[in-house]
Ligand binder design. Structure first.
Ligand SMILES: Nc1ncnc2c1ncn2[C@@H]1O[C@H](COP(=O)(O)OP(=O)(O)OP(=O)(O)O)[C@@H](O)[C@H]1O
Length: 250
């Protein structure tokens, strides 16, 4: 992915199996969020391909990508701050609902039934995560504490029933207890949806270490290491990227 003269993501090839978790690490500006933006259709890559569930989705519009089963959260909150917690989750279901404005006018019973099912499903998603989002379901999303906003972003992403969930720095703004709860949430999600694949962009090694099988480190847009957490952590190029050459040599 090129932006003028800057190559933000360069030859970052990887594949992920159903049910697997991949952590993407790398210093600030390495190209991690751009990778998510390429996968989810926010950017059309200047070269290369993205294939998902057997179909090429390179450059497909974001709504199409969500419909195919890829959901994401963002580094900065994209919640509707004035809407309730519950409504934010219901909005996440829009690709899976069938009735529209015309149905509301001409088939009000069907429309009402679908809405009731959406509310029940949204409440279940809010109950399932850690914390007390369910108890706060009628509060405006903008009034939530930061950790709760992150949990709500995840609940909203799950509302689209994804096969692949992309989490962009989910632990930002969380203390250690909240981070542990996040790890527990992701673990529980995997037990409940064994086929759900997850890609995490993370700076917090507590989270990365909790899913140690697949880790990829990006630096200046290129992949510099991949493998288990232990392999990647001990790679001298990774240590240099994070700590600077002098510290890595020390
Ligand atoms: N739309 C854009 N136009 C121009 N340059 C961009 C654009 N988006 C990202 N970049 C550049 O691409 C590079 C990679 O940015 P990106 O946000 O993907 O990094 P990151 O690894 O996610 O960093 P961080 O951890 O700070 O979020 C940076 O140099 C950034 O300035």
């Amino acid at each position: 992915m090129r932006f003028g003269g800057l190559v933000a993501v360069n030859n970052v090839g990887f594949s992920l199996a159903k049910g697997a978790v991949l952590s993407v690490i790398g210093p600030n500006g390495a190209g991690k969020s751009t990778l998510f933006n390429v996968i989810t259709g926010v950017y059309k890559p200047t070269a290369g391909t993205v294939t998902f569930a057997g179909a090429e989705i390179t450059g497909k519009p974001a709504y199409d990508v969500v419909e195919r089963g890829i959901a994401r959260t963002f580094q900065s909150s994209r919640l509707f701050g004035d809407l309730s917690v519950l409504d934010n989750v219901i909005i996440g279901m829009h690709t899976r609902t069938r009735t529209g404005v015309l149905d509301a006018l001409f088939r009000p019973a069907a429309s009402k039934r679908e809405m009731a099912a959406c509310v029940a499903k949204a409440e279940a998603l809010l109950k399932a995560g850690s914390g007390d989002l369910y108890d706060q379901r009628y509060r405006p999303a903008g009034a939530l504490a930061q950790a709760d906003r992150r949990r709500l972003e995840i609940a909203r992403a799950l509302a689209s029933e994804p096969k692949l969930l992309l989490l962009d720095e989910p632990s930002v703004g969380m203390d250690e207890t909240e981070t542990d709860a996040l790890v527990a949430d992701i673990r529980r999600l995997r037990v409940e949806n064994p086929e759900l694949a997850v890609i995490l962009i993370e700076h917090d090694m507590r989270v990365v270490e909790a899913f140690p099988d697949n880790v990829m480190c990006i630096d200046y847009g290129s992949k510099i290491a991949e493998g288990s957490f232990a392999t990647v952590r001990s790679d001298p190029r990774v240590q240099e990227a994070y700590l600077g050459k002098a510290a890595a040599d020390a």
